[in-house]
Design a protein around this ligand. Structure first.
Ligand code: PMT
Length: 216
């Protein structure tokens, strides 16, 4: 009798986070969710997908389970509470590094004077995943870099105990944040390195999953 094929379980994060300043304002970034949703769509052909997403204007693949979050702390709770059952975890979301120490209860009034806001580090979800991951899991991070792509990405790969990091240059027109296309260099443990020229995010997503699957 043929052995039963295991169903692969993907956990993919996408989009930005919003860190509340007051009831009407927040800190965020330019992530559109396109790269993460492209990964989720490609992964939906290969297994079960849990997509944890910050606020974006995109439709999730129909077969994926979607959990919508807003802040970095909500994303941390959603991811850390569910990653144990996943085989391949891809942290593509652009999660805040810093968040306001407290959100004002009421709308901050304009006084004409400068306002000083205290920012505290947000939970580094990927760092925590790297500490908790088990032997069978493949953990992938992204690195959005405006300079020293290789050096910064390799530092993140090691510090966060990742299997792969997808380093994409940001701040260039036509790739990275908001664009329909992206370019990247994937670094892995043990010296793995592969460069992908600029291409549609859907195509890049399929190529990236091929790499992660080979390791699973
Ligand atoms: O959404 P798009 O418009 O399609 O754009 C895609 C993208 C540019 C957002 C995407 O390709 C990308 O690079 N995502 C990661 C952005 C990012 O936060 O990079 P970073 O170098 O700041 O963070 C490194 C890694 O740590 C990332 O996997 C990030 O999700 C993770 N992280 C960061 C902060 C934090 N508090 N927790 C985290 O887990």
């Amino acid at each position: 009798m043929a052995a039963k094929r295991r169903i692969l379980r993907f956990l993919i994060t996408a989009g930005p986070t919003r860190e509340a300043i007051d009831p009407v304002r927040y800190l965020s970034n330019h992530s559109s969710g396109k790269m993460g949703y492209a990964l989720a769509a490609a992964a939906a052909h290969l297994g079960k997908v849990l997509l944890i997403s910050g606020p974006v204007a995109l439709a999730a693949p129909r077969s994926a389970r979607l959990i919508q979050v807003e802040s970095s702390e909500e994303m941390a709770r959603a991811v850390l509470g569910r990653f144990r059952k996943s085989d391949i975890i891809v942290q593509c979301a652009a999660v805040a590094d810093y968040r306001p120490a407290r959100a004002a209860k009421h709308k901050i009034k304009k006084t004409g004077r400068a306002v000083v806001m205290k920012l505290i580090p947000a939970t580094d979800i990927l760092l925590e995943l790297g500490r908790r991951k088990t032997a069978g899991q493949v953990l992938v991070g992204f690195a959005a870099e405006t300079r020293n792509l290789r050096k910064n990405a390799l530092a993140k790969l090691r510090r966060k105990n990742l299997d792969f990091i997808v380093a994409n240059p940001v701040g260039k027109k036509g790739a990275g944040f908001e664009s329909d296309r992206n370019e990247a260099v994937v670094f892995g443990r043990n010296g793995f390195e592969k460069k992908f020229p600029r291409m549609p995010k859907a195509k890049l997503a399929r190529k990236l999953l091929g790499i992660f699957l080979a390791k699973s």
